[in-house]
Ligand binder design. Structure first.
Ligand SMILES: [Zn+2]
Ligand SMILES: [Zn+2]
Length: 325
């Protein structure tokens, strides 16, 4: 089968690898498409260390079940699935308390375990979620980042009527924006890149205006500036949910947090199985609007090189060999 390998930072190639075995409890999935997100770009650029080179990249796969491992009796060949690319152990303290995002033995696909940019992958069946057959591959591509947004919304404790602000309209920010809008929240955003800003406006979000304050602020830019803004734009009594991963410090005045009665929540991916299950119950109608450029496997190098500049989510199709669009 064809698979994408990263030979060294900034250099990918297509390799011919054996189709993976489908072990007990696993399903074999024919991959139809893979989304490209910020964490893949960190791997591509060498900013995020991987166990070894060449490295099989990618974590946001969607596809179709083509084989069932021993003991998998509740799934069917032909089911369309989205992969939950963080396999928790089910046995550590965090898992037993339901916080699988903090699993001490979490297998992070594409980062610590081989990724999903390949024609076939084997996946533990509980982490291959059946999706409605009415969804297109393009729509399916949105579901994993949408789950990140759904988990952030759940953890924020937002209630009807809250005024919301999303900082950063990359793929996770845009997914969250479309979710907030579909749930009826008045939704504002801040985004410095014009293409992304135009996309957020097109799906119905409003540009933040000077002087506005918000009941719920979601930081999705992954920058220190974004986190700093998140705190300053929060209304008294607001909740600030941090989704982006910035490693730079910001300035916080403790008495300011106390006087303004602010709550700061860190939202790390999603918890299994609740967040994927909940996400599948509420897929925004306009979700595919957040998807941008489509590439083929042959053009994968281009997909990674351009992803941070292209508005909307880039993705790699493994379903056809046609030109990218
Ligand atoms: Zn991702
Ligand atoms: Zn665990």
């Amino acid at each position: 089968m064809r698979a994408l390998l990263l030979d060294m930072p900034n250099e990918v190639r297509i390799a011919d690898l054996p189709v993976p075995l489908c072990l007990d409890g696993e399903v074999l999935v024919k991959v139809l498409g893979v989304g490209v997100c910020g964490s893949d770009l960190s791997v591509f650029k060498g900013h995020r260390q991987v166990p070894s080179y060449p490295w099989q990249m990618g974590h946001e796969a969607v596809g179709e079940i083509v084989g069932l491992g021993h003991g998998v009796n509740d799934r069917e060949v032909g089911e369309r699935v989205v992969i939950e690319p963080n396999y928790c152990c089910f046995t550590c303290g965090e898992c037993l308390s339901g916080n699988t995002s903090g699993c001490l033995n979490r297998v992070i696909v594409g980062m610590a375990a081989p990724g999903v940019i390949a024609e076939y992958i084997s996946v533990p069946s509980a982490f291959a979620w059946k999706v409605p057959s009415s969804l297109s591959v393009k729509e399916m591509i949105c579901l994993e980042p949408l789950t990140v947004g759904a988990a952030a919304l759940r953890r924020s404790g937002a209630k009807d009527g809250d005024k919301t602000l999303v900082i950063g309209a990359g793929s996770s920010g845009l997914s969250l924006i479309s979710l907030l809008l579909s749930k009826g929240f008045s939704t504002y955003f801040i985004e410095t890149k014009p293409g992304r800003s135009a996309l957020a406006t097109r799906i119905g979000a409003l540009i933040h205006e000077t002087g506005e304050r918000y009941d719920q602020v979601f930081e999705c830019s992954g920058t220190a500036d974004g986190a700093q803004q998140a705190i300053s734009l929060a209304a008294d009594g607001a909740t600030i949910t941090l989704v982006g991963l910035s490693a730079s410090p910001i300035e916080v005045v403790p008495s300011d947090l106390v006087r303004r009665r602010l709550t700061i929540v860190g939202s790390m991916i999603y918890d299994h199985p609740a967040d994927f299950r909940e996400m599948l119950h509420h897929i925004p109608e306009a979700i595919s609007e957040i998807v941008g450029a489509k590439f083929t496997l042959d053009d994968a190098q281009m997909a990674f090189e351009g992803a941070s500049e292209v508005p909307g989510k880039s993705w790699i199709s493994l379903d056809d060999k046609g030109a990218y669009s």
